[in-house]
Design a protein around this ligand. Sequence first.
Ligand code: HEC
Length: 321
Amino acid sequence: MRGFRISMFWWVVITLAIVYSVVKWAIPALSREITTLPFPLPVPGTLMLFYMVLTIVALFLMVTFSDEGLESFSRPIRRLLRGDFGQPTAYLVLLAVPFFVGWQVYEVVVPKVEVPVSLRIQHPSSNFPKKFEEMKNPFSNPTDEAITAFAEAAKEGEIAFIEQVVGDIERWEEESEPDHVLEFFPTPAMTALLGEIEGGEIEPATAKAALIEKNLFEGRALYAMNCRPCHGDSVAGDGPMADGFKLRPINFTDNGTIETIVEGYTFWRVANGGPGLPTEATPWDSAMPIWKLNLSDEERWKIIMAEYDLAQKTPRIPETH
Ligand code: HEC
């Protein structure tokens, strides 16, 4: 049988190239078609190694099976070395081969920052203390006692603010000399409360709305002081420091973050930060600070209240409810 025949050498080269291309490009492209995801599924490096080693072993057996095979394989190499293709070509190939091998070794050995294959679990629960599950934010759901106490304090004009905002409020009082400190909040809820104080009769619902507003204000102030650098003004995880972290600060406006967890879980997460997470939350380490070291329970609850409010989200309701 006569026809177009290629030497064993080119057979080997073409087979290796095809197997490499299939694993490197065809499988990922096919995975995109099948999964319809906007990105290919990762092909592990060991799979490539596996296929290439198997292919090389098979080709080696094929080439060395007969003397003709070996002869057909080595002929182009011998012709190149003899200079049949011209001396410059020979030198070029002799330079290119070690260069290519060296480059490949460098690629393998050089340390790189890569997205790990394993997925990170954003909300691990293996070490989440169950007693937190049922917790309710006492500042967005104030008790009747807290509401009454606030109404009394409002009547006296002696509202207690967290220390972080007291300075600002006092400065404002000096400048604008208000009749009542709550005029600091020019909002419908506060105006309604001030109206009822004037009339002498405070409705619990009015006091509750005003108290929640005051708590929210304090929470926002604490958020700006502590969380904004990473989580951002718009709570979208885009604060000025955010770009510095490989594992980015969470975007709270994203569905699937704070909306999918119960308040008690958020409270626990903020208290214990990155170091409080179990191994499922790796491979990256989280830069979230351990806030229970610097902020009181009250401060953290108020921040969480503000965090949900700024993100326009509501926490998940515990299953038992
Ligand atoms: C140094 C930067 C930094 C600061 C400051 C910071 N965080 Fe974070 N935070 C992160 C990073 C990074 C993540 C994402 C990794 C993770 O889940 O721990 C995160 C995650 C979170 C999560 C988890 C959200 C979820 O859905 O799993 C909450 C809640 C959170 N932060 C709240 C806060 C609050 C509240 C403050 C302020 C008291 C704050 N963070 C300050 C870096 C920061």
